[in-house]
Design a binder for this molecule. Structure first.
Ligand SMILES: [Zn+2]
Length: 196
């Protein structure tokens, strides 16, 4: 009999990116209006890891999905009033229990990195895939999140030849001084071991 974690692991093993639609098979899709075309001829060759939680430090609510869909209600929390009109998104969110939600097809440009630079190339949204982990800079991420993120990144590596295990960075790496996520709580060695 499979327990929940085993059945989730089985799901990850079978994950596939459907390249024509840019969708990850077998995950919930909540498509965001916050995306546009990548520059002509550009395919993703970088993965940017982020964290997000709404309200900050609270997990499990519906608010990240609502933010990415432009429907975050400003009256629910004082912080929401400051960000509800932001037009932001990511390709994927990995929730605390390992659930993956897709917001933007991979061939489209999600609006996750903002002002950013990698190896001298500006505007990382142009050429990256953004993965949000539900979390904060200082709360350890869940084992289910490492497993889910590794599963999806393996699927992305198979689908996009320009990606590689060495081209996975944090938001703080491409926007230093401006962004701190995924933070000290993200165990890069664990992530890289999960991908090996
Ligand atoms: Zn970020």
């Amino acid at each position: 009999m499979l327990d929940v974690s085993e059945s989730k692991r089985a799901t990850f093993i079978t994950q596939r990116v459907h390249v024509a639609t840019g969708l990850l098979e077998g995950v919930r899709q909540v498509l965001s209006p916050h995306h546009d075309a990548r520059p002509a001829g550009v395919t993703p060759d970088l993965v940017v890891i982020h964290n997000i939680s709404l309200p900050p430090g609270e997990f499990g609510g519906p608010w990240v999905e609502k933010l990415f869909n432009g429907h975050l209600p400003p009256e629910v929390h004082p912080y929401f009033a400051t960000i509800h009109s932001a037009r932001v998104s990511a390709h994927l969110l990995v929730r605390r229990d390992g659930e993956i939600v897709q917001f933007v097809p991979f061939h489209r440009r999600a609006w996750h990195a903002g002002v950013s630079e990698y190896e001298g190339r500006a505007a990382c949204n142009d050429f990256s895939i953004g993965i949000e982990l539900e979390g904060t800079d200082d709360v350890p991420y869940e084992a289910a999140q490492y497993a889910a993120a590794a599963g999806v990144i393996r699927a992305l590596l198979r689908a996009f030849p320009g990606l590689s295990a060495s081209r996975i960075v944090g938001h703080s790496d491409v926007a230093p001084g401006r962004k701190t996520d995924p933070g000290a709580s993200f165990d890069w060695a664990r992530m890289r071991a999960a991908l090996a």
